[in-house]
Design a protein. Structure first.
Length: 217
């Protein structure tokens, strides 16, 4: 109810942390893209990389490209604790997701990182998406049991090895369609690894619902 300023341009912002103009100028992911990994393709068909090495997940929906000025907003959300941005990011994501699912699962955070950060950024976004879509949220269905080097600090070709064995899924997901929510997807290695555990738990369909997708340069 109190007046606030846009985080990007300091103009008045009424109902969210950004003014209407800055919100419209965010890097919305509108181009034709691969339905499996969300990378841009010429005609919206499955890309060559997914055809050559089929991921363990069935599809990815993303609201934005991970680019300026969204990238500093996500950084501000994760590392400065601006939880008001979870509402904004979740609303954008909920408007873009494709496919019906039975359950939403947030990407787990390692206990040490959770203590340091104070919150799981994926869980806070998932809470809002769950309310907006009326899809149940299973906040503790999966756990991260191994802390590893943050994926963002590693070369792309080392990320799959770095995340291997990091997750455990305790829930009985037999016959269920699930969506995994996270803030940013870069190589897909983290989503692919948690999807491996979700398959073991019985999930029959796995979607990745990502706020932002890193695109090739």
């Amino acid at each position: 109810m109190l007046p606030q300023q846009c985080l990007l341009c300091a103009a008045p912002a009424v109902s969210q942390p950004l003014c209407a103009d800055c919100y419209a100028r965010l890097p919305w992911l509108t181009t034709a893209r691969c339905p499996q990994c969300a990378l841009p393709t010429h005609d919206g068909r499955v890309c060559g990389a997914c055809l050559a090495h089929q991921p363990r997940f069935d599809g990815v929906s993303a609201a934005f490209a991970y680019a300026w000025p969204l990238a500093p907003l996500i950084h501000h959300y994760k590392y400065a604790g601006n939880l008001a941005l979870a509402w904004l990011l979740a609303h954008a994501l909920a408007a873009q997701v494709n496919g019906a699912v039975d359950l939403i699962i947030p990407m787990p955070l390692a206990p040490q990182r959770l203590r340091s950060r104070g919150f799981n950024q994926a869980l806070e976004i998932a809470r809002v998406v769950s309310r907006l879509t009326a899809i149940p949220l299973a906040a503790t269905a999966c756990r991260r049991v191994r802390d590893s080097t943050p994926q963002a600090l590693l070369p792309w070709n080392e990320r799959a090895k770095n995340i291997r064995g990091a997750f455990v899924c305790d829930a009985d997901l037999r016959g269920m369609r699930v969506a995994v929510i996270d803030d940013v997807m870069t190589t897909g290695a983290t989503l692919n690894e948690i999807a491996r555990n979700l398959r073991k738990a019985g999930a029959v369909e796995i979607q990745g619902w990502m706020v932002a997708r890193t695109l090739p340069r």
